[in-house]
Design a binder for this molecule. Structure first.
Ligand code: NDP
Length: 250
């Protein structure tokens, strides 16, 4: 068992499991929780992260039972907090010495109540802190661990609301933050290509979560869309924008 990920002080021996080591942000509920479950089902070692350490512990325990594996490990991680991200990266370094899959899933503020022309810019900035700077902070902190993997993948969970081609008015904080996340995806893909890191943006589709509300497709379908980019073969695409494995317009 990966020592320090779950019990930081219990062990200090780095472990290098053969199974892919995957980290999911915002995994305590919604799509992140289900992505973690599906990765565990596929035999990944899953680092289930959340900003509430108790929730991460509880959900990791639930998934260990649901997926019938011991390989789901809670790790406290708030993507808006430099020190929290640095601490998590240090723990993964100590426990595994590499990261195979990073899934930037955590996001906030689907601001259906706002219009761009009257938007509260405090809300816009807060959304960017989680939805753009969060994944960016994670990419910076975990790039060395991804480079240490033989088959590294980075997935930014985006949204079709980010598509400039189809963009209209509404949800300004959310849409602008996700469009910028797509731009980050392109830059990271280009810069990490020489290291073999496949970096893609994925829309999970409208899914019935706290953020998506009722009426969306099952969370399992949204998570499966994310998994398609997390489990690409080495000759798979990089720098793309996909839903269910099919390209979306930027
Ligand atoms: P939810 O609102 O259901 O869950 C969001 C998760 O992100 C929660 O676990 C939340 O943790 C976590 N989170 C929020 N802020 C932080 C933070 N600072 N640090 C760490 N974790 C944080 O969202 P969904 O599951 O619906 O969405 C998952 C992803 O899919 C998002 O990127 C979203 O934009 C995208 N998406 C969703 C769609 C949908 O229809 N649901 C459609 C298109 C895209 P906590 O419990 O602590 O708040």
């Amino acid at each position: 068992m990966p020592p320090s990920a779950a019990t930081p002080t219990a062990h200090s021996t780095p472990v290098s499991p053969v199974s892919p080591v995957s980290l999911v942000t915002g995994a305590t509920r919604g799509i992140g929780r289900e992505v973690s479950r599906q990765l565990a089902d596929r035999g990944h070692t899953v680092l289930l992260t959340g900003r509430d350490p108790d929730a991460a512990r509880r959900v990791a325990e639930e998934l260990r039972a649901e997926a019938g594996t011991a390989d789901v490990h809670p790790l406290p991680l708030d993507v808006t907090d430099d020190r929290s991200v640095a601490r998590a990266a240090a723990e993964v370094t100590e426990a595994f010495g590499r990261l195979d899959v990073l899934i930037n899933n955590a996001a906030i503020t689907y601001d259906t109540w706002q219009r761009a022309v009257t938007a509260d810019l405090t809300v816009v900035r807060e959304a960017a802190e989680t939805n753009l700077y969060g994944p960016w902070r994670m990419a910076i902190a975990f790039a060395p661990l991804l480079r240490a993997s033989a088959h590294p993948r980075l997935v930014n969970v985006s949204s079709e609301a980010a598509s400039l081609t189809n963009m209209g008015g509404g949800t300004p904080a959310y849409s602008a933050s996700k469009t910028a996340l797509n731009a980050l995806t392109r830059m990271l893909a280009a810069e990490l290509r020489p290291d073999g890191v496949l970096v893609n943006a994925v829309c999970p589709g409208w899914a019935a979560t706290d953020m998506g509300g009722p009426g969306g497709r099952p969370v399992a379908a949204g998570a499966a869309s994310v998994l398609s980019a997390a489990t690409l073969p080495d000759d798979g695409p990089t720098g793309g924008f996909f839903r269910d494995g099919r390209p979306l317009p930027w």
